[in-house]
Design a protein around this ligand. Sequence first.
Ligand SMILES: [Zn+2]
Length: 280
Amino acid sequence: MKLPKDAAARRGVAPVICYPNDSLPPVDLSLYRRARASAVKTDEVLVPARDAACFEVPAGQFFRISSVEGAQVGDLNLWNRNDLSERFYSGKTRALHGTHITTGERMWTSFPYLRPMATLTDDTLGWYGIDEYGGSVHDVIGTRCDPYTGNLLAGSQYHHCCHSNLTRALADHLGVSLAEAEPHVHDVLNVFMCTGFTRDTGQYFMKASPVRPGDYLEGFAEIDLLGALSACPGGDCSAEHSSDTAACHPLLVEVFAPAAGTLEGWVSPQVNGYDGSHGR
Ligand SMILES: [Zn+2]
């Protein structure tokens, strides 16, 4: 391949941030923390290893995902409880906040809604930052492990990938068939998963999650949420997924309701203000 004479100059151009996020609606963490201090637990769901479970979080309440028993990553789907067509948009969340998200950042919904559905309010792995490999925790760059890619790459028929776990859990929760539930499953927030892209080949990598029992990620529901969490068959994702080889552990989801009056000043976000006419 012939290099243009000005290749170095072209490569040397400094990058600009696509979406400077200082113009996003501000996140008032002190308001959330005041509300959280008064909150009492109203529900909990234990997600079994290599399986998934659903949970509901009314707008204005908190949800906590905890590691219990052993290092384990979770694949999280979120929907608007009242309209499943509004769901977590991993790609736009990545464009707005970066490859991994933590305290003070938000999970955004799909078009045409594009509004915050959850705000991350606490993360005991927030200390991890970005490691020497470019890896970090809680990514929005992976999709979810699924049986189709396994079949494509290895000819396998494995039924406990996160995609299938989420599909079964959603079908059971809604009382619908697997075929009806599956199209609602979408790209996830990879809770506790440690991932990045290799610098030399740009490939998606994973490494053993730094999560330990007692660690948690906590979020605030900006709208009524239906969640589904899969305890990934990859376990801590140190070696492989899409098989029964890795050691796997359950994950705990808890829901907390703040005391009345402690969310003074908070309003559930409106749907996006674009008029939807697309120039016609
Ligand atoms: Zn998985």
